[in-house]
Design a protein around this ligand. Structure first.
Ligand SMILES: [Zn+2]
Length: 269
């Protein structure tokens, strides 16, 4: 199934033409609107690419809607670089957790409920991939927009501005949310939608613990620098994402050096 044009009743993906080993098929820009709503919310305009932003505008304006709000799942450039240009095209403000990425007066905080799309989007704080990462719960579709906290393929890296203790806590909280909100689909920032949220989150949690075990073993075997550990633990990794692997290793070493902040008890499953 193609990613572009995929989604749910209220969320539609416009795929940006910026594929790479880090961005998978490209950045997913999400247009959110209740059927019949006069306004739409655009999540992650993506790179500053005129053709892409025009396609997003066309999708958002379908049926005579206007773009009421732009929201960023986090500030990384593959999600945010086009935000200022898209704001100029639409007159809509840009909301983000990090004030540096906002345009307009209003902030954004975990727990906020945005209603500009004619349906509710609840802001869920999901730090870890980056400190400023949020997810958006689209309850009407039992869907969660995850940004880069959960990806449509593979697993997420912990970026320089993220943290593993936060990320493990986030995964546990999302696993609990998957059950309590009855999530049916995750709509990620890259890659295809995921229709088994609980299963995917279980896999992510297990994968992180497995990587930590591998790093403990590499340390016990004498590896010391992040590069040495990457060579042992991520030996099968595409050289193009070696830098990201090193970033994840640094996050894991930092976590272990602090004695490991035990994550919350696992959600009932
Ligand atoms: Zn991204």
């Amino acid at each position: 199934m193609s990613i572009d044009g995929s989604g749910t009743e209220r969320a539609r993906c416009v795929l940006a033409p910026n594929p790479s080993p880090m961005t998978l098929d490209g950045t997913n820009t999400w247009v959110i609107a209740e059927p019949g709503s006069p306004s739409a919310v655009v999540v992650d305009p993506g790179p500053e690419h005129e053709g892409h932003l025009r396609r997003v505008l066309d999708a958002a304006r379908a049926g005579g809607r206007r773009v009421a709000l732009i929201v960023l799942t986090h500030g990384h450039l593959d999600h945010s670089a086009g935000a200022a240009a898209f704001a100029a095209m639409t007159g809509a403000p840009v909301m983000a957790l990090d004030p540096a990425h906002r345009l307009g007066s209003e902030g954004l905080a975990a727990g906020d409920v945005l209603t500009d799309a004619g349906c509710e989007l609840r802001v869920v704080g999901t730090p870890g991939h980056s400190a400023d990462s949020v997810s958006l719960l689209l309850d009407a579709d039992s869907a969660l927009l995850t940004g880069d906290t959960v990806l449509g393929r593979g697993t997420t890296v912990i970026a320089q501005d993220g943290g593993l203790a936060d990320y493990l806590r986030t995964l546990d909280e999302l696993r609990a949310l998957a059950a309590s909100a009855g999530l049916r689909v995750l709509l990620p920032g890259h890659g295809p939608a995921l229709t088994d949220p609980a299963g995917v989150l279980d896999y992510y949690i297990a994968h992180r613990q497995e990587r930590l075990d591998q790093i403990r073993a590499a340390l016990a075997a004498g590896a010391r620098t992040p590069a040495e550990i990457v060579a042992v633990v991520y030996g099968d990794t595409d050289p193009a994402v070696r830098g990201a692997a090193e970033s994840s290793v640094r996050a894991q070493l930092d976590y272990l050096a602090r004695g490991g902040d035990p994550p919350n008890p696992p959600a009932a499953r």
